[in-house]
Design a protein around this ligand. Sequence first.
Ligand code: HEC
Length: 378
Amino acid sequence: MGPAAVLGLFDSADALLHAIPKVREGKLGRLETYTPYPIHGLDEALQLRRSPLAGMVVVMAFLGAIVALAMQGWMSAVDYPVITGGKAPFSWQAFVPIMFELMVLFATFTAGLGMLFLLNRLPFFGHPVLSSRAIRGITRDRFALSVEAEGGSLDPEAATALLSAAGAKDIEVLSLPARAEILDSAFILRALGGIVVACVVAGGLMFAAIKLFPVLPPMSHMQEQAKLNPYKPSTFFKDGHGMQYPVPGTVARGYLPMGPRTPEEANGLVNPLPRTRENLERGREAYTNRCAVCHGPLGDGVPTLTAAYNAKPANFVSEEFRKAPDGRYYWAIVMGKNAMPSQAADMPEEDRWAAIHYVRVLQRAQNAKDSDLEETKP
Ligand code: HEC
């Protein structure tokens, strides 16, 4: 292997800066400097091109955004179109967060990996200057200028002459160290060992953070406070139970007890809901959800579940129930009757009355008179 670089040392940054143009004229190879600290004007003197990294990052960032747009567009408009929130399947506005994230992801990976592998030439650690005698000087008080082979070979004599003419001392001819095989078994073992150790350490820390941290004060104060657990005994109440019934007579918000005390009294109740289209729609929903299983979708007492019940649900279309007052329905909803359980516990007041309105609709629909067809004047 031929010489890879010729390196000369200078005593001061000034000497180095002055030498660069002279050596560059020889056009023998790529110029590189090694200095103990950053020196102003070096970039210009070396005529370094701007790093292509910024451009690469911009391109990849756009690519990331486009990939995210295409991916989400395909998923939500082509492969599995589901209308969400009334949006059109391809709504780019909804894709923006993921587009942003993929943009950042692509950009950071390009910046990091591009710098390390493309521009810094990892995983090659064999730069010739690392094996030079001068390496110690240039990390302390010496300034080095090297002419490095660019692709082809380097003429060491010409480079040496040029460097010494420019005032360099201690000129060294460096050859490229043999490229070490990096994927040997020792390296793989070391890498795997490192990964295992990292996993164990990270796992241990995670375990400590999740298991130990919450039980250390003050995190533990929530658990240790005086409190009642459901189904646990308690010495606080006389009966020794932790869970208690509500105080007798407790009334839930929106569930006022019924005024009438007897079915006869209830018969006097009048439906307080106006018979509007809105209330009838509400009644249809309430009836369908709560009553239709037993009384049938038409209210004729022929239900979907007749066989399962050893009882005959009332037939609302019958003469008796067409004539029955609203209060009788209301009483049945609140009190239940024999096989019919009370519906009051989770049926809001207005749903009850709306359901009764709807029962009236069902009755009229199945006993229509000719006059019902006439246009009704408001
Ligand atoms: C679990 C089934 C079931 C559900 C749900 C149910 N009922 Fe009933 N209902 C019955 C049965 C059974 C009867 C007959 C009771 C009897 O006379 O022994 C009945 C009777 C009635 C009566 C007649 C009561 C009387 O005075 O004779 C009315 C009115 C009534 N139900 C209204 C309703 C309304 C309104 C709903 C919906 C909010 C409803 N029911 C939900 C099973 C049910």
